[in-house]
Design a protein around this ligand. Structure first.
Ligand code: NAP
Length: 247
């Protein structure tokens, strides 16, 4: 089936995407930037589905490391898709007037520049214009891009709005070069992201304002991603698919 690169594949939503991709027959590159142990565990679960897996450390905001990530992926086999899932909030919830420039720069660097760099590498390899055979790109945004995340992380919300716009523009650039670019925009999902920001009770606290009255599970986001990558979504280009339980 070919190789799928999943950035931030070691935990949370990314790990669920890696596992479902493996179940659907992909070989998977599990990218991460910190602790190798969870990435190796995800790679092992991918292999248990019969596919090849590679856990590869690369900070998606670093141009050289992103280039090396895609070179490593090429050693596994032909690239067929990329899921740009790696993303951070900055871990300092609060109003905009309380945020440091350093936090904002880091969030934009990972969430926006990181997506740009990985999309660029993907297009250079997948596009028929560059001799490739086409493929799929799914970028992970957030419903924060629409709600604005006032009082928590406006900079994060803005970074995800940038992901939506980048994806929509790129989708139009490469649609007739064999690449379908789409976005999955999750609502509140139960992962370690909330505890890392010092708010472990956040999924429970916000459940009341979600029409389904609960946070989502990583597997429910993964299902949308794998659908967008599949031939079933053959006419879906530049879409922002919200998966947020109604909010
Ligand atoms: P998570 O549990 O915190 O996992 C984040 C993943 O990204 C980890 O594998 C992490 O591994 C990796 N990562 C972080 N910085 C990286 C970098 N610079 N380069 C490469 N990998 C990096 O997060 P999550 O909740 O699953 O979120 C995944 C995506 O969904 C993010 O884009 C997030 O913004 C979006 N999202 C999440 C929610 C939610 O409620 N959870 C809602 C909407 C959207 P290392 O720490 O080892 O680098």
């Amino acid at each position: 089936m070919g190789v799928l690169v999943v950035t931030g594949g070691s935990r949370g939503i990314g790990a669920a995407i890696c596992e479902l991709a493996a179940a659907r027959g992909y070989d998977v590159v599990v990218n991460y930037s910190g602790d190798p142990a969870p990435a190796e565990e995800v790679a092992e679960r991918v292999r248990s589905h019969g596919g090849q897996a590679l856990a590869h450390r690369a900070d998606v905001s670093d141009e050289q490391q992103v280039s090396d990530l895609f070179s490593a992926a090429a050693e596994l086999g032909p690239l067929v898709g990329v899921v740009n899932n790696a993303g951070v909030t900055g871990n300092t919830p609060g109003r905009l007037d309380e945020q440091s420039a350093e936090t904002v720069r880091r969030v934009l660097d990972i969430n926006v520049t990181g997506v740009f760099l990985c999309c660029r590498e993907a297009v250079r390899r997948l596009s028929t214009r560059h001799g490739g055979s086409g493929g799929g790109i799914v970028n992970i945004s957030s419903t924060a891009s629409r709600t604005g995340s006032a009082g928590e992380w406006v900079h994060y919300a803005a970074s995800k709005a940038a992901v939506n716009t980048l994806s929509f523009g790129l989708a139009q650039e490469v649609a007739d070069e064999g690449i379908r670019v789409n976005v999955v925009s999750p609502g509140l999902v139960e992962t370690g992201l909330h505890a890392a920001a010092g708010m472990p009770d956040r999924p429970e606290r916000f459940s009341a304002v979600i029409p389904l009255r609960r946070a989502g599970q990583p597997e429910e986001i993964a299902a949308a991603v794998l659908w967008l990558l599949s031939p079933e979504a053959s006419f879906t280009v530049g879409a922002v698919l919200e998966v947020g339980g109604g909010r």
